[in-house]
Design a binder for this molecule. Structure first.
Ligand code: AMP
Ligand code: MG
Length: 493
């Protein structure tokens, strides 16, 4: 670090910034500065995101960058802000919410927004302290990059930085900040906010902004007699359907699918009590606060549709016709199952489609559920079976051996008709060896609390290329230990 940098009271990240969302004006946001945290330290960082942002190669060498990404030092060229939104939480209208602890630095010339989550109170904090704790920040950081590694649309995370400043949840914990990155952090709830407050001008301005920037094809569409807002709703429905198909296929449970946690770009956003399934249980509830199971794993596709319905209602003043709005949601019902089947076909190593595939998929999911078979390990072992023809390691996973043998026979018969020769390779690329299981995150978190950040770095490396073998890392690809099922993750973060 140079003396010059130490003397300065502004950090220059070497990025150029543009107005972006802030150009919408004061009805949408409040300008403010992050609240500094004392003595920040690096917990984790993603070189892959740094490259996408265009940060200089030595970006982590500067203490001013560390301070800036913790919200402790202003960033040259930015005018930070928090945005206002509302939303439905657990099926109930919650009224105004907003960025209560995420402060946007701005948008780079490369069209990526950078947001500091946990950077202090905002006018939308309500009763909250504006902070995020270390454990949930590590989980968000790792899972953002893990999802990207799996090829699943998501907000990204550049860094997680910590401070020994105390944050009070059920017990005192240390504070952390995640520097999140996405083309846009706009949520369904942003639209609901202006619709609920009957502010049609702002609603239209927001929709026009999102369409022009992220859905320009809606301007020239012939769908819905050229109704750009209906075409927009349909496009969001389709992206959301594609996202949900990916979640369901990989066994990802989000945990808090409130409408304020739904990205208008169809990205996975706001990682809280999420979980990758261990044993396959369609009714699994990963959020300890979700007592009714509203966001159980097998409810997710329907909840996404329910959330889209809320978005449709918000956009109704712009679409102008209820029937058209409902029609714009229709494609969800075909895109989701088609996209899900396509993902599952890839997991099964099938390059072409056949009538019988649905039964094959349903059959295996039923068997997995009956035996609560480890979801990730099953698919990985099945992939190896395709390569070496040794069925025993897969068979061993099932108590119902006869049931499995029957299914495997239909699977083999289906492959005999398939056009694909290298099914084993396709399967190894479609079935990750490494996913961010709760206990793996927990171990990295416990070490990080003792200032050992090597576990975070190791997991990041594995999760960035989760379908690669990574020799020597088998311990991260095994069955969860017994204590994994006792981990309770709630909305507290
Ligand atoms: P979530 O369920 O985590 O997506 O959060 C729901 C709402 O609560 C959002 O408006 C958040 O900004 C806000 N929120 C959550 N935690 C805090 C906190 N510690 N301080 C301020 N606002 C918070
Ligand atoms: Mg949220």
């Amino acid at each position: 670090m140079s003396l010059l940098a130490e003397d300065t009271d502004v950090a220059d990240l070497g990025l150029r910034w543009k107005p972006g969302f802030a150009a919408l004006g004061p009805a949408f946001l409040t300008h403010l500065r992050p609240t500094p945290l004392p003595d920040p330290y690096w917990v984790g960082h993603s070189e892959s995101v740094a490259r996408e942002l265009g940060l200089p190669a030595d970006w982590r060498q500067s203490d001013t960058t560390l301070a800036a990404l913790t919200g402790t030092l202003p960033v040259a060229g930015t005018n930070p802000f928090a945005t206002v939104y509302s939303g439905h939480q657990f099926g109930v209208w919650a009224g105004q919410l907003g960025d209560g602890r995420a402060i946007m630095l701005g948008e780079t010339e490369g069209e990526l927004e950078v947001q500091l989550k946990g950077a202090g109170r905002t006018p939308y904090s309500r009763g909250g302290d504006g902070r995020a704790v270390l454990r949930s920040s590590i989980r968000e950081f790792l899972c953002s990059e893990a999802m990207h590694g799996l090829g699943i649309p998501t907000t990204r995370a550049l860094s997680v930085t910590g401070s020994d400043a105390r944050v009070y949840r059920e017990a005192p914990e240390s504070a952390a900040v995640v520097a999140r990155v996405a083309p846009s952090f706009i949520r369904f709830g942003h639209f609901e906010h202006f619709a609920a407050n009957q502010r049609e001008d702002e609603l239209r301005a927001l929709a026009d902004y999102v369409i022009d920037r992220y859905y320009p094809a809606c301007r020239t569409t012939e769908r819905f007699n050229g109704n750009a807002y209906a075409a927009f709703l349909e496009a969001v429905s389709e992206r959301t359907a594609a996202l949900l198909a990916q979640w369901q296929a990989v066994g990802f449970c989000h945990g808090v699918m409130n409408t304020d946690n739904m990205s208008i770009l169809g990205l996975t956003i706001d990682y809280g009590p999420f979980q990758f399934l261990d044993g396959f249980d369609p009714r699994h509830i990963c959020n300890h606060s979700d007592t009714s199971g509203r966001y159980a794993f097998n409810q997710q596709p329907n909840v996404a549709y329910w959330n889209l319905f809320c978005l449709a209602q918000a956009l109704l003043p712009l679409i102008g016709d209820q029937e058209v709005a409902v029609a714009a949601l229709e494609s969800y019902k075909t895109v989701f199952p088609n996209a899900f089947e396509a993902r599952m076909r890839a997991k099964l190593g099938l390059a072409d489609a056949a009538e019988s595939d649905r039964a094959l998929i349903e059959g295996v999911l039923k068997l997995l559920a009956a035996g609560k078979v480890d979801y990730t390990i099953f698919w990985r072992r099945l992939s190896h079976y395709m390569a070496d023809s040794n069925a025993e390691p897969v068979r061993d996973l099932f108590l119902d051996r006869a049931g499995f043998d029957t299914w495997l026979l239909s699977f083999s018969e289906r492959h005999a008709q398939s056009v694909r020769a290298d099914a084993g390779r396709l399967m190894l690329q479609s079935n990750p060896k490494y996913v961010l299981r709760n206990h793996l995150g927990q171990q990295a978190i416990e070490a990080a609390a003792q200032k050992d950040f090597s576990g975070v770095a190791t997991l990041l490396t594995l999760l960035q290329t989760p379908c690669e073998e990574h020799p020597g890392a088998d311990a991260y690809a095994g069955f969860p230990p017994d204590w994994a099922s006792t981990i309770e993750i709630s909305c507290s973060s």
